[in-house]
Structures are given as structure tokens and as C-alpha cells.
Ligand binder design. Structure first.
Ligand code: ME8
Length: 506
């Protein structure tokens, strides 16, 4: 069977410009998508914007423009941000795209015809900023448990999705697929706090505002924004079109990357929609932690953040990518601060990686006029480094599958650190003084160049720009994942005057 990989980010609300938290999910997804592509998977990477709902309607009203004008501006800004961060998405889906609108209408109708959606009356509590319904008992101090703001009592005629019908089936699926919800702690939270206590049917239409996808057979109603949004993962594959190739190739999704606060929608509502549509369920939903600023979640509605472009302009896109990927361990929250970003640039990117490349290229120029081949004078002291290089790809593959992105970078940087230690131990400057040691010296430099080349291949998904620079500096033409092991017979001709990979920041 062909290797395929379908990965998605949440589609974000364009209620305000995207911030570093949105960058975080998108950079993770981009890095994994790039990794899988380089690893030979036919990959489809989807991101986009979730444009309907009461919140956006209100924002547009406040700004005195139509909702579509309002979101158009923010989407343009978002696409520019993704370009600046080198996000390699295959489609940016907008929930206002014609194919999506049509498909959501068809999905809604299909579920209605199957009697999984029925008409009733909704009376309950709604948090507009989160576009979430809550029950009295779910509130915390009478407020929205997700954002802490006031909820409103709403009462309207509405359609409902029969979540209750699928409760047992969902519980069984989650128990039989221990990898479906990651990390494990979120799985337990979903089972114990939400599913096992009993699922109430979900209100899936609204009549009190207009900015949404109309229900075709009852146009006073617009489709609830979460039903609209979750469907994007299918509509982007042409689920409702005549061309079934994308669905056949990519469905089910391999990985939905989401923030921890929306795991609930992705592991309860979404699987139930899919069961009702008789479609297989996604293989994995990964609920990552939040970037925190001064102890609080960075959030559009709190406005406690800077435009990510400021960091990109100041430090470069790869530094921002590296920092967010490296700083936050699997599934945890992590503090975001400019100081920590600078400190990561200095300690890892400049001191370890940049310094290694500079030193090595400098020595290759000084001792061999920039040309290095393998003289094969191996010694015992080379073994730890060669062994690490041998196992590196196997280890990064495993960590990627476990979604331990921070650990992947830690592992690769450990090897770079080991190279710096190897230089200190093999003392090329001493070897250079002895005529009889020149072949050994060239072997040492060859080993280090191999280490630079191999680590660079595996860093490509995470830092696409800087790794291109390294490739150009050492003039390597073996840069595919299939080349990520020690090769004996390369000739390196390094740059005479390379510019530093990363400058130290004062
Ligand atoms: O929830 N730290 O959109 P949204 C880390 N439209 N990630 C963060 C973050 C932070 N501080 N802030 C936001 C929605 N995110 C829906 C999604 S999907 C079918 C519909 C990221 O604009 C994280 O991925 O509120 C979070 O889940 C998402 O942005 C929320 O984006």
C-alpha cells in the first residue's frame, strides 16, 4: 500500500489576527507534514479559517463592515503570516469557500434524513466567545469553564444531533484504540468527565443570528459553527464532490493537531458525526498544551500578545519555529517569553549548531583548502559519534510517531553537542602540526561533516531555511531522508567565506 499521511491544524477563527499560539499548532503540524513528506509519505496538510458564527458577526458589526469583508482582511493577514513562517500547507480552507458550504449543507441533510439530527427546542447557556453550549453543572462559578466569561441564556427552536445514540459505540472505540486521543491524560479526561457520565444531544443549529451556513430545508436556521467547522476535514478532500480520489487516498485523517481546549469537540462530536456518516474515524487527535504569557493563556479576546511577525523580523523564522517546538514538552503548557527565545537562539542555534558549522568549515579551509574526502583512518574515539549517527533516523522516526517533537530536537542537538566535544577530544589543531597525521585529520573533519550533513537532513522539517543554508555551505547533494546515514565516499568542497548560520544576540 502507498504510504499516505493526512494531517490537519484547527481552522482558526478570524475574529482577530492570529497570534503565536496559532503559530504553535501550525508550526508543529508543518514540521510533521514536512517530516512525513521527506520520509516518502504522500502527505496532505490542511489548515484554514473558521469564519462563521455569532462572534464574527458581532465583530464585523462593531467595525461597521460585512462579516465577509471582516474575515477577508484577517485571512489575508494569516496567509502572509504562514508565508513568513514557511508553512507548507496543501490547502488553506475557508468555511466560506463554496465547496465547503455546499458540503456542510449536504452533511446536515444526510444526518437529518438518517434521523441522527432532529428538530426540538433549545434552552440553555451559551458562551459566544467560545461558541460553546454549557449545562449549569459544567459552569465554573457561574461562568464559562473555558474562558471564564459570562454565558447567556438562549432559548430557540433548534436542530439536535443525537450524541446519546452513539455514546456506547464511541466509548468502545476509544477503549479499543488507545492511541486515538493523545496524550493519555486527555483520553482519561474525555472518558471520565464527559463520555461516561452521559452525552446530551447537541444543539446544531441557530436562529438568532444570520452569519452561518443556512440549513437548506429550513433556511431560518444556520448550522452550528462547530458542525460547520469540523466538517472542513472532509470537505477539503472533496467529500461531497463527484471526484472521490482524495477521499479514497487520504481518509481517514492520520493526525488532527488541536489545542487541549478543543479536544472535546474532536473526540466526541467529530467521531459521532463520522459514525453517523458511516465513515472511519481519524487515527489520532493530539491535544497539545498552551503557550502561556505571564501565567495566562495567550488569547485573541484578551489581546495579551504581540504580532508574531515582530519576532520573525527580529530573530528569523527558523529561530521562532525552533523555539516553540523545542521549548514545550509533549502535551504540556509552556511559557512564552522573548528572553527565553533569545536564550534558546544563543545556547542552541548559535553556540551549538552555528558554532559547529563555522569551526568545521574554518578548519576544512585552513588545513585542506576547503576540500575534504574520507581517508578512512578511524580510531576508537570516533565510535560514539558514528554510533549516534547510525541510530539517529530510527530514533527520530520513533519520536515523531510519538509526537515528541521537543525530544526530536533535543536528540539532534545532543548529537551536535557531541560533535563539538569530538572536536575538543580529537584536537584537529594538534593533528595539523604533524605531517604524519594529515590523513587522520582529514578523516576527523570528514566524520564531522558527515555529522553536520546527517543532522541537517533531519532538521530540515523543523528549520527549512537554515538547513538550506547549511546545504549550500558544505555543498552537499545528499540531502534526502534516504541519505541520512554515514556515507563513505563523498567529497566535500566547503564555502570559502560562509556567513554565520545564527548570530549570537546580546
Ligand atoms: O477553536 N497556545 O479556533 P481558535 C497554544 N475555530 N495554542 C493555541 C493558543 C495558545 N495560547 N491559542 C490558540 C477554534 N491556540 C475553532 C477551531 S477546528 C475544526 C475549529 C491554537 O481561533 C490551538 O490549536 O480559537 C487552539 O486549539 C486553537 O488555536 C484555537 O483557535
Amino acid at each position: 500500500m502507498d504510504k499516505k499521511f493526512y494531517i490537519t491544524t484547527p481552522i482558526y477563527y478570524p475574529s482577530a489576527n492570529f497570534h503565536i499560539g496559532h503559530c504553535y499548532s501550525t508550526i508543529i503540524a508543518d514540521s510533521i507534514a514536512r517530516y512525513k513528506r521527506l520520509d516518502g509519505y504522500d502527505t496532505f496538510f490542511l489548515t484554514g479559517s473558521d469564519e462563521h458564527g455569532q462572534k464574527i458577526e458581532k465583530k464585523a458589526q462593531e467595525a461597521g463592515i460585512t462579516p465577509k469583508e471582516y474575515v477577508d482582511k484577517i485571512v489575508e493577514n494569516a496567509k502572509d503570516l504562514w508565508e513568513q513562517l514557511d508553512i507548507s500547507y496543501d490547502r488553506f480552507i475557508r468555511t466560506t469557500d463554496a465547496d465547503h458550504v455546499k458540503c456542510v449543507q449536504e452533511i446536515f441533510k444526510k444526518l437529518y434524513d438518517k434521523k441522527d439530527i432532529y428538530k426540538g427546542e433549545y434552552q440553555g447557556l451559551y458562551c459566544t466567545p467560545c461558541e460553546s453550549f454549557w449545562t449549569e453543572t459544567q459552569l465554573v462559578d457561574g461562568k464559562c469553564p473555558d474562558c471564564g466569561r459570562e454565558v447567556q441564556l438562549v432559548k430557540e427552536e433548534a436542530y439536535f444531533l443525537k450524541l446519546s445514540n452513539y455514546q456506547k459505540q464511541l466509548e468502545k472505540f476509544i477503549e479499543e484504540h488507545p492511541d486515538f486521543i493523545q496524550p493519555e491524560s486527555r483520553k482519561n479526561e474525555m472518558l471520565n468527565n464527559f463520555i461516561r457520565p452521559g452525552l446530551e444531544d447537541l444543539c446544531v443549529s441557530r436562529t438568532s443570528f444570520k452569519w452561518g451556513i443556512p440549513v437548506t430545508f429550513d433556511p431560518n436556521h444556520v448550522v452550528y459553527v462547530w458542525i460547520d467547522a469540523l466538517s472542513n476535514y472532509l470537505t477539503a478532500l472533496g467529500y461531497c464532490s463527484n471526484d472521490t480520489r482524495m477521499m479514497e487516498k487520504y481518509w481517514p485523517a492520520d493526525l488532527h493537531i488541536v489545542g487541549k481546549e478543543i479536544v472535546r469537540f474532536h473526540t466526541i462530536v467529530w467521531p459521532i458525526m463520522l459514525m453517523a456518516l458511516d465513515l472511519p474515524l481519524p487515527k489520532k487527535v493530539f491535544g497539545h498544551g498552551w503557550l502561556i504569557i505571564d501565567g495566562g493563556k495567550i488569547s485573541k479576546s484578551l489581546g495579551n500578545y504581540k504580532d508574531p511577525r515582530e519576532y520573525i523580523a527580529k530573530y528569523g523564522r527558523d529561530a521562532v519555529r525552533y523555539y516553540v517546538l523545542r521549548e514545550i514538552p509533549f502535551g504540556n503548557d509552556g511559557n512564552f517569553s522573548e528572553e527565553a527565545l533569545v536564550s534558546r537562539i544563543n545556547s542552541d542555534l548559535a553556540n551549538i549548531w552555528g558554532n559547529l558549522v563555522n569551526r568545521t568549515v574554518g578548519m576544512a579551509n585552513k588545513y585542506f583548502d576547503g576540500k575534504i574526502t574520507n581517508k578512512g583512518v578511524i580510531q576508537e574515539i570516533d565510535m560514539p559519534l558514528l554510533k549516534e549517527l547510525d541510530e539517529l533516523k530510527i530514533n527520530t522516526d520513533k519520536l515523531i510517531d510519538e509526537l515528541q517533537i521537543s525530544k526530536v530536537l533535543e536528540l539532534i542537538f545532543d548529537v551536535l553537542r557531541l560533535c563539538n566535544k569530538y572536536i575538543d577530544e580529537t584536537t584537529p589543531w594538534a593533528l595539523a602540526k604533524d605531517e604524519n597525521q594529515l590523513e587522520r585529520l582529514e578523516t576527523v573533519l570528514y566524520n564531522i561533516l558527515e555529522a553536520i550533513r546527517i543532522t541537517n537532513i533531519l532538521l530540515r522539517p523543523f528549520m527549512p531555511t537554515s538547513t538550506e543554508k547549511v546545504i549550500a555551505t558544505i555543498h552537499s547533494d545528499k540531502n534526502e531522508f534516504s541519505d541520512s546515514h554515514f556515507l563513505n565516499d563523498l567529497t566535500y568542497i566547503v564555502d570559502k567565506t560562509p556567513s554565520p548560520l545564527f548570530e549570537r544576540i546580546q
